[in-house]
Ligand binder design. Structure first.
Ligand SMILES: [Zn+2]
Length: 248
């Protein structure tokens, strides 16, 4: 390993659970991040900084003034620019060896399935149920782990789906059609809350790539930021789930 590599990641590699092999596994990793907003910003920053080899970043929005209180990839001067463009530049500044693939249009279901087939892990950092269900279907179709985050008002949650054959999928938890189409644009959210959840999504992705510890497989963590109470809910695969339990 080159000196620059060793020096950059020394505080990670000194961890016995990571070491050189874990760092190499992170370097060989490819993650897809859907949504470069409040969750996607810290998730992408931490994965880039941690030395992931390849990030595919997807967002079709432009930076808006009302994003800046929580979307920490962007600055005042970025208003009006494409989020993928600004994010790509910022992430390359953090880690020049990072390979970035940018997708700046709304992906069709087929495109999403194709995109998921090329990655090791998917981080859903979107803000709506239509996208979340489309991402879940693409992950199930490709048997890819899905790290799903959400935050609204003072409540956040994170779960890991599809890790193993008997793991629940997102639709086992939230069946399609029960969508309360509530977004933080209407309900509001505090910036550090999306920072907490997005950072945890990056943490789970790093653990997964480096095979460290125990992932959130089949568990949903729910944070009430008003009281700073966490709840851990065990999830079961729904034997009647039309997405992951369909007979093949
Ligand atoms: Zn399911």
């Amino acid at each position: 390993m080159k000196d620059e590599f060793l020096q950059r990641y020394t505080r990670q590699m000194v961890l016995p659970d990571i070491g050189q092999d874990g760092q190499q596994a992170i370097h060989d990793g490819h993650a897809l991040i859907i949504g470069l907003g409040g969750l996607g910003s810290p998730a992408a920053i931490y994965l880039a900084a941690a030395g992931i080899g390849h990030l595919t970043i997807s967002d079709y929005d432009r930076v808006d003034l009302s994003n800046l209180h929580r979307q920490i990839l962007y600055s005042d001067q970025d208003i009006g620019k494409k989020k993928t463009q600004v994010a790509g530049e910022k992430l390359r500044q953090i880690n020049p060896s990072l390979k970035i693939t940018s997708i700046d249009h709304r992906m069709s279901d087929d495109e999403l399935i194709e995109c998921c087939s090329n990655v090791d892990v998917v981080l859903d950092c979107s803000d709506n149920f239509v996208t979340r269900h489309a991402v879940n279907k693409a992950c199930v179709a490709n048997s890819k782990p899905l790290i799903s985050g959400a935050a609204i008002r003072l409540e956040g949650q994170i779960g890991l789906f599809n890790l193993q054959k008997n793991s629940p999928c997102y639709a086992c938890l939230y069946p399609e059609g029960n969508d309360e189409a509530e977004r933080c644009s209407a309900a509001g959210v505090l910036g550090p809350l999306v920072g907490i959840i997005g950072s945890m999504q990056a943490m789970e992705a790093i653990k997964l790539l480096a095979a460290v510890g125990e992932c959130l497989d089949g568990r949903l963590l729910i944070l009430d930021a008003a009281t700073m109470q966490w709840r851990s809910v065990k999830l079961q695969k729904d034997p009647d789930c039309p997405i992951c339990s369909r007979p093949s």
